[in-house]
Design a protein around this ligand. Structure first.
Ligand SMILES: NC(=O)c1ccc[n+]([C@@H]2O[C@H](COP(=O)([O-])OP(=O)(O)OC[C@H]3O[C@@H](n4cnc5c(N)ncnc54)[C@H](O)[C@@H]3O)[C@@H](O)[C@H]2O)c1
Length: 285
């Protein structure tokens, strides 16, 4: 039985202490974040390192660039928390390579002895009309956004089951898995993100008995390299897309820090098979 907390602790006459923040601790936990070289992935990786995790950022470049190294150094200089220090590590890899992903997580476990959290975040977007979509491009987006997410979650889940440890797997979907975009030609992307939502529900049901939780985060329009490409040379598009959500703006990657920590940590221990939307309210109207 875990120690009594909250109301139960109060009623049991326990020594009063703040326990709620420690729910979000990832001290001594090991995390994999794919697409963690920049953008939303790197922001979530740093948030997890801040609360004590060792975070492996896997991405395509052979070596991390100067910006990534700067974030790594920032994490290394953070003060200790609960006698532990988080850190960021970089790994080169391609999520579409199933065997490569299995080996990548195996090597993390060889080095760290465990894997507790996996964030399958790597993804691409495409803007192509549905009637003109070339097969090659459609295959490419499915390969990265669907197969790559599956192989990542699978690689982490296999090690968690082998080690007999619980874990949290977070798949990065999108509000576009649930709704289409007004005036945007994103049928390939939207199809891939719907698949991710159903993938998470299916894996959550299969893996619950192993103590592995699987959930999705569905961001709305968020500033990153991905959206920079969509917005470039279209001076009015950001304003047009911003009007489509009640908060009237794009989100920032740092606005996903809280939700990623909540899902990664014991703070969400009864949450699996869920989709958490962070979209400025876009799906609410
Ligand atoms: N930015 C948004 O508005 C938004 C909204 C909803 C969902 N998302 C999702 O969030 C995730 C992160 O997107 P972002 O906005 O930070 O974009 P981004 O382009 O800045 O980052 C994506 C990262 O994934 C990596 N990547 C691509 N293919 C890969 C592969 N085969 N193997 C390994 N890594 C690969 C890229 O190199 C890049 O570092 C994506 O899944 C995206 O679909 C983004």
């Amino acid at each position: 039985m875990p120690p009594a907390v909250g109301v139960a602790a109060a009623l049991a006459g326990a020594r009063p202490q703040r326990t709620v923040f420690s729910l979000f601790s990832l001290a001594n936990r090991v995390v994999l974040v794919t697409g963690g070289h920049r953008g939303i992935g790197l922001e979530m990786a740093l948030a997890m390192a801040e609360v004590g995790a060792t975070v492996y950022c896997l991405d395509l470049p052979a070596e991390a660039d100067a910006d990534w190294r700067k974030v790594q150094s920032y994490a290394a200089q953070l003060p200790q928390l609960d006698n532990t220090k988080g850190r960021l590590e970089y790994m080169s890899g391609d999520v579409t390579n199933q065997e490569g992903m299995w080996k990548a997580v195996e090597s993390i476990v060889e080095r760290e002895g465990r894997i507790d959290v996996c964030v399958a975040n790597a993804g691409i977007s495409q803007t192509i009309g549905c009637l003109d979509y070339p097969a090659q491009e459609f295959h490419k987006i499915m390969d990265i956004n669907v197969s790559g997410v599956f192989f990542t979650a699978q690689a982490a889940g296999r090690q968690m089951v082998r080690l007999g440890t619980p874990g949290s797997i977070i798949l990065i979907a999108s509000m576009n898995g649930s709704v289409a975009n007004r005036n945007q030609h994103w049928s390939g992307y939207n199809t891939s993100k719907s698949a991710v939502l159903q993938m998470a529900r299916s894996m959550a049901c299969e893996l619950a008995s192993n103590g592995i939780r699987v959930n999705t985060i569905s961001p709305g329009y968020t500033h990153s390299s991905m959206t920079r490409i969509v917005l470039q040379n279209k001076p009015n598009l950001e304003a047009e897309l911003s009007e489509q959500n009640p908060l009237g703006r794009f989100g920032r990657p740092d606005e996903l820090r809280g939700v990623s920590l909540w899902l990664a940590s014991d703070a969400s221990s009864f949450c699996t098979g869920s989709d958490i939307r962070v979209d400025g309210g876009q799906c609410a109207w």
